[in-house]
Write a new protein. Structure first.
Length: 325
């Protein structure tokens, strides 16, 4: 079972909307667009996105460079106004939700004063939110206690991201937005960051994160929203998105003593097979009915060492966007 499936059953706490009615909705974008005026003319960064995120969901916002992720996130946080369309966060405007600490973010750029120490930074932001009693907890949760006296300018990229994560947790937001939170981190720092995030999300917080890293969506989000050129290309369970790249691949080793041509012809003749490839004696059959391919390989063709693999999210991404990462 994939990590994504493991997290598909996170609790979905019911929240109260501004109207006082029960609502399990954390975020709603209705036909949201954003056009920037540039010297070259108008540039549509976000082109009519509809999105609803329920309380307790973990959603990956996946897209190539320039897809419109940051622009969409800025609008969710009330940092930029949409050119058209509406956004609500727990039934409120984004700015109102930020003011009461219901939504907060770890953003890609800015936000830290380089001359303050880590502890001074956390204390200053805690004072703003009236959250001094949460300082110890968030520092512990984001694993920055050992950095207390270090100046921000002396912290590594990964440490600065953890500090930003701590600041974002201070208001105890119900919705946490992360814009490429692990950019600039090495593999082990990235893994540690996601482990911390995972623990936090298991407690029921709603999380939406933008990423370039397909494996982060795959490992962490039960739902992925794929965007390209400002438009939504796909939205669904991450595991299902992978399937959109095409069927599974059944691979096995053909008996060495027989010429493979007949076996290859028989495999190609199976219904809904899209590709058959041979590498030495190892044959790979891709198609929508990997069970039929597996049966033929094992029973009729005497093949061994059967392996069935699902397509990667990267394959889905390339199939849907036609772009290279
Ligand atoms: N303030 C701005 N003025 C003009 N154009 C902008 C502005 N902000 C973003 N854009 C343009 O809008 C498009 C979307 O950019 P955005 O930063 O939202 O994409 P992104 O998916 O976050 O990309 P990346 O992964 O590289 O951060 C890009 O073409 C970008 O150049």
């Amino acid at each position: 079972m994939s990590q994504a499936n493991k997290h598909q059953t996170l609790p979905h706490p019911v929240s109260m909307g501004a109207s006082g009615q029960e609502s399990a909705q954390a975020l709603r974008l209705r036909n949201v667009s954003k056009t920037f005026n540039t010297p070259e003319g108008p540039l549509q960064a976000v082109a009519g996105i509809d999105l609803e995120v329920g309380s307790g969901e973990i959603v990956a916002f996946l897209g190539p460079n320039g897809a419109g992720k940051t622009t969409a996130i800025d609008m969710m946080l009330g940092l930029t106004q949409p050119s058209s369309g509406t956004i609500s966060v727990f039934g409120k405007s984004p700015r109102a939700a930020v003011e009461v600490g219901e939504i907060s973010a770890v953003l890609q750029t800015g936000g830290l004063l380089r001359d303050l120490t880590v502890h001074e930074t956390v204390r200053a932001i805690a004072a703003l939110h009236g959250a001094k009693d949460r300082i110890d907890e968030v520092m512990q949760r984001t694993d920055i206690q050992s950095l207390t006296k270090r100046k921000v300018s002396k912290c590594s990229g990964g440490e600065q991201q953890r500090l930003k994560f701590a600041l974002a947790l201070l208001p105890d937001p119900r919705l946490l937005i992360l814009d490429e939170p692990t950019a600039g981190m090495d593999v082990s720092a990235r893994r540690a960051f996601w482990e911390t995030m995972r623990q936090d999300a298991l407690a029921g917080r709603t999380v939406l994160f933008a990423t370039h890293y397909l494996e982060e969506a795959q490992d962490f989000a039960e739902r992925t929203v794929l965007i390209g050129a400002g438009k939504m290309l796909a939205d669904g369970p991450t595991a299902q998105l992978r399937e959109m790249a095409g069927g599974r691949t059944a691979s096995a080793t053909l008996p060495a003593h027989e010429p493979p041509e007949e076996a290859l012809a028989a495999l190609r003749a199976l219904p809904r097979v899209t590709a058959v490839a041979l590498n030495g004696h190892r044959v790979s059959v891709t198609g929508e009915d990997s069970d039929a391919a597996a049966r033929m390989l094992l029973t009729e063709l005497g093949a061994t060492d059967l392996e069935i693999t699902a397509p990667t999210l990267e394959a889905a991404f390339l199939a849907l966007t036609g772009e290279k990462q």
